[in-house]
Design a protein around this ligand. Structure first.
Ligand code: BES
Ligand code: ZN
Ligand code: ZN
Length: 484
């Protein structure tokens, strides 16, 4: 993990491989030494204008090797999220120049130093991540190790940097878990991670429900999906007891590999379905944060972890599965497996007394058709709860979009033999159909949000400050929501 520091020093007196400055389009500002003259020249020649994602690179000064001036776009349009992006661009540039140490001059804008520092820290840590877990170690490769912010009040900024470090370290852990292949990350691996997290803090407990126990309890959805694989399925139940009575339940889809089962997926890109446990990774990451930052709110975490494979003992289209609450579903496609394991997990969360539940799941390809890789889709039965969540998401910069939940969207899920189908044959409003299926498992007095992260948990190519592959999307929003 990278170390973040805050100092009260002048930027060029701090030894570093690179110094980062920011520049908004048409900004009038003094830059120290030769930098001012060089920047003016570049602006005059229009080699650099200060547009978002633009970088001007020049020689350093005193203790600093080189300087990156990063564009902020139009001054009036600067947001915390554009600061995250600008900082991420600086870090990508620092990586290109094999820098190990970076110093940062905060932009002079009309936002508090702590807020700016928090956004820049996010930007650093979102962009500095590299997945190298499965390669032979390259001893010659240099990694960014230290990033130092030059600020006026270090005592205010330091706690902000610590919070960001803890949260983003958990984001890195989640990304690692999602990027690792399914022959490493199976349900037992997720259980081991949960055990390690439970060991961090005595306020966290872990209970693992095995396949046999789940079967006895009546979790036919979870067991139906799990039975096709020889990997033992695990239903992980984590509990964090904070000082407040308030409890929120977080449920994360943990399909460690989704082949589609008997309704087999096409071969192209099937390997990416190792990411189908991104919801589980999010819940584990949140518990890692809880262990360290110990907020007031109590949290229940439920992770149904299974592998969805075709085999001689796999479940089939046409099968009817019975869930923990007695409802039944007729399987149309064994590839709509996420909702089947989540249904049992939602029942369990309510049996354990949860009145507020959020589930995170890479549930539908349709959410990518609707919202691309830019926004996650949320659906809810309680607008006030959804608003709280969306407000937290605005702070984190993780973008969401709420989808409607009219009862008509359930029509295509009506079955001749069971309480519902697991999906409709037609491909109409696929994401909402997933939401409507799950909503039937929520009791009247329970507030619930379903967050479909199929598009945002995984980037097929880099976009904004998200690099290619696993993103760790959602973790920072939950941290905001829990007031961490
Ligand atoms: N895990 C997939 C959804 C998915 C698709 C995640 C693309 C990430 C990227 C899910 O289990 C699935 O297969 N959904 C089906 C649902 C359909 C059968 C109703 C889908 O999206 O095609
Ligand atoms: Zn599937
Ligand atoms: Zn899936």
């Amino acid at each position: 993990m990278i170390e973040l520091h805050a100092v009260r020093e002048e930027i060029f007196s701090t030894a570093a491989d690179a110094a980062v400055f920011f520049y908004a389009e048409e900004q009038k500002m003094e830059y120290p030494g030769a930098l001012g003259a060089k920047l003016k020249e570049a602006l005059r020649k229009k080699q650099f204008c200060g547009k978002s994602e633009e970088v001007f690179i020049c020689d350093g000064l005193a203790a600093v090797e080189r300087v990156f001036v990063v564009g902020l776009g139009k001054a009036a349009a600067i947001t915390l999220d554009s600061l995250r992006l600008a900082m991420a661009v600086a870090i990508r540039t620092a990586k290109r120049f094999h820098c190990e140490t970076v110093v940062v001059k905060l932009p002079e804008i009309n936002v508090s130093e702590t807020e700016v520092s928090a956004a820049l820290a996010d930007g650093v840590l979102l962009a500095a991540y590299e997945f190298s877990g499965l390669r032979k170690k390259d001893e010659t490769k240099k990694y960014i190790q230290d990033v130092t912010f030059c600020v006026t009040d270090t005592s205010l900024v330091r706690p902000v940097l610590r919070r960001a470090s803890v949260i983003l370290e958990a984001v890195w852990q989640a990304r690692d878990m999602v990027n690792l292949p399914a022959n490493v990350v199976n349900p037992s691996y997720l259980e081991k991670k949960a055990q390690a997290i439970a060991k961090l803090n005595s306020k966290i407990t872990l209970q693992t429900i095995s396949f046999a126990e789940a079967k006895k309890m009546g979790m036919g959805g979870f067991c139906g999906v799990a039975q096709g694989s020889d990997e033992p399925a695990k239903l992980l139940v984590l509990e964090y007891t904070g000082s407040a009575k308030d409890t929120i339940a977080l449920v994360g889809k943990g399909v460690t590999f989704d082949s589609g089962g008997i309704s087999l997926k096409p071969a192209t890109n099937m390997r990416e379905m190792k990411m189908d446990m991104s919801g589980a990774a999010l819940v584990l990451a949140v518990f890692q944060i809880l262990a360290q930052l110990k907020p007031k709110t109590s949290v229940l975490g439920i992770i149904p972890a299974v592998e969805n494979l075709p085999s001689g003992h796999a479940y089939r289209p046409g099968d009817v599965l019975k869930f923990l609450n007695g409802r039944t579903a007729e399987v149309v496609s064994t590839d709509a497996e996420g909702r089947l394991i989540l249904a049992d997990a939602l029942c369990l969360a309510q049996d354990k007394g949860a009145k507020k539940i959020i589930d995170f799941a890479t549930l539908t390809g349709a959410v990518i058709v609707a919202l691309g890789h830019t926004r996650a889709g949320i659906m809810s039965n309680d607008q006030a709860f959804a608003n709280d969540y969306l407000q937290a998401a605005l702070k984190s910069g993780e973008r969401h979009w709420q989808l409607p939940m009219d009862e008509e969207y359930f029509e295509p899920l009506k079955s001749d033999v069971a309480d519902s189908l697991n999906n409709s044959e037609d491909r109409v409003a696929g994401t909402i159909a997933g939401g409507k299926f799950l909503e039937k498992f929520i009791e009247k007095n329970t507030s619930w949000i379903h967050c479909d992260i199929a598009g945002t948990a995984w980037m097929p190519k880099a976009q904004s400050y998200w690099d290619k592959n696993a993103t760790g999307f959602g973790i920072r929003t939950v941290a905001e929501l829990l007031d961490i």
